[in-house]
Design a binder for this molecule. Structure first.
Ligand code: DGP
Length: 123
């Protein structure tokens, strides 16, 4: 599948400094910032600096250095946010069925409270 990246998505604008964000951590290959609509006491979004739509796009086309840099940033955010001991959830939504709102790869790091089961049962 060919991945079509929209350079005008909100997170691309954040990376270009066109929209403000509350940065938690930044490295050569990643930026982590607080979610605008937090769903738990800790809710941080970790994004790669490269133009990747989703996790499958990233893991198929990013360089080894980008992948390592991004994954290390996730670990760093967990350490900085203090969620390792009590636990957290890392979520990356993709595409229509994944209900992805912003088409730039992001991993939600959510913690600070019990998050219950991963998926709500279908009614
Ligand atoms: P998703 O559904 O996985 O694509 O989640 C997108 C998340 O991005 C959602 O939790 C809200 C957050 N979000 C949307 N717009 C902004 C923004 O302008 N700034 C920040 N910090 N977060 C945003």
């Amino acid at each position: 599948m060919a991945f079509d990246y929209d350079p005008n998505n909100i997170f691309a604008k954040i990376l270009r400094g066109e929209i403000p964000n509350t940065t938690v951590y930044e490295s050569e290959h990643a930026l982590a910032f607080r979610d605008l609509y937090p769903q738990a006491p800790t809710h941080v979004l970790v994004i790669p600096k490269g133009a990747y739509v989703s996790m499958d796009h990233f893991t198929q086309e990013a360089s080894d250095a980008e992948i390592v840099g991004f994954m290390r940033a996730i670990g760093k955010v967990c350490e900085l946010e203090g969620v390792s001991e009590d636990g957290f959830r890392a979520i990356s939504n993709a595409g229509e069925n994944g209900v992805q709102e912003v088409p730039h790869l992001h991993v939600h790091i959510i913690g600070g409270r019990n998050l219950s089961r991963m998926l709500a049962k279908e009614t």
